[in-house]
Design a binder for this molecule. Sequence first.
Ligand code: NAD
Length: 386
Amino acid sequence: MAPAALEAQSQQKEETVAHNSVLSSSSVNDTTHRSKVSVIGSGNWGSVASKLIASNTFRLNSFHDEVRMWVYEETLQSGEKLTDAINRTNENVKYLPGIKLGNNVVADPDLENTGTNLRDANMLVFVTPHQFMEGICKRLVGKIRADAEAISLVKGMEVKMEGPCMISSLISQILGISCSVLMGANIANEIAVEKFSEATVGYRQNRDVAERWVQLFYTPYFIVTAVQDVEGVELCGTLKNVVALAAGFVDGLEMGNNTKAAIMRLGLREMKAFSKLLFPSVKDSTFFESCGVADLITTCLGGRNRKVAEAYAKNGGRRSFDELEAEMLQGQKLQGVSTAREVYEVLSHRGWLELFPLFATVHEISSGLLPPSAIVEYSEKQVRSF
Ligand SMILES: NC(=O)c1ccc[n+]([C@@H]2O[C@H](COP(=O)([O-])OP(=O)(O)OC[C@H]3O[C@@H](n4cnc5c(N)ncnc54)[C@H](O)[C@@H]3O)[C@@H](O)[C@H]2O)c1
């Protein structure tokens, strides 16, 4: 839909807020004060996030209708560019086929020149595989509003010389803007067909900003709760992918549900211990939010990390994760293997390997040092209670 038509339509929309709104009626009625949203990323979850967001920006007066979604450009087998296909069909034909995104989603392949749009956007949603985030942020330096707020839906972290760096911190450090996070038990394909689920927004200080993010994502089938614990929420979302690999090994070896439950319990304990050692401010209660135990359960039952790890174990570790990822995921990215390596680097560097036998063993299996059966062959005597 043309931007002018979208704007005309937005004049008619009503402010029907499903929960606490933080914007005054004078500001929402003034189009110059409407928030403008850009989504940076358009994979499986990026496309579903754009659909959720677009349904709210279209409905609520406090937002401009149009949601611009940055696409890492690819040429499809048909020869058509992915961006053109998305704008022609209103579907992400590669990463989320069969789901309409909403007419107010506009795909754009030009990151810097998403330009006029990014310069105008005051709400930036980051949702790409974590390994691409540093490069993307560097390309955006000087191209965004100084008062923009960011939210990261990215699960993963960067390990630097000076220690681990969460993706929300990377965004804040490179772009000089504040960054919240949204994580939860959110397998994208289920939310795409509007099955009920929950999510957690982690925010640093400003409750009003958190409420605006909640407002942007919340729908009757996607219940969003805010907690003041960015690191806790983000580490839950990041570390559960390591536990999901362990669950996949157990499934591949057909060890049964009791073993898988044991692995999930040990994993949750290591997630909490690791998070609190890195950031003492992390709250115990965060592990009971959607981003914690719920995301751990769904990822260990479904999810791509579990699935590929299952195939890895079934093959006795003879086929590499890279090969299985390319064969099984059609361009989607695994996060668990790189996160397991990054966690292992932190554990070795800090002398914590013996405190986290599950995390350490997952990396040693996924890098081929140990066979998949080693997943139940370590001692947990060393694990301290935190
Ligand atoms: N898919 C899910 O169910 C789900 C749910 C919650 C969170 N997440 C998280 O969301 C984030 C994004 O995952 P996704 O599922 O949207 O992506 P995806 O794995 O489905 O797709 C990969 C994306 O990376 C892009 N890409 C490939 N090479 C690139 C490059 N060099 N530079 C930049 N982009 C490149 C592809 O175009 C594609 O958009 C990840 O951190 C993931 O852990 C995913």
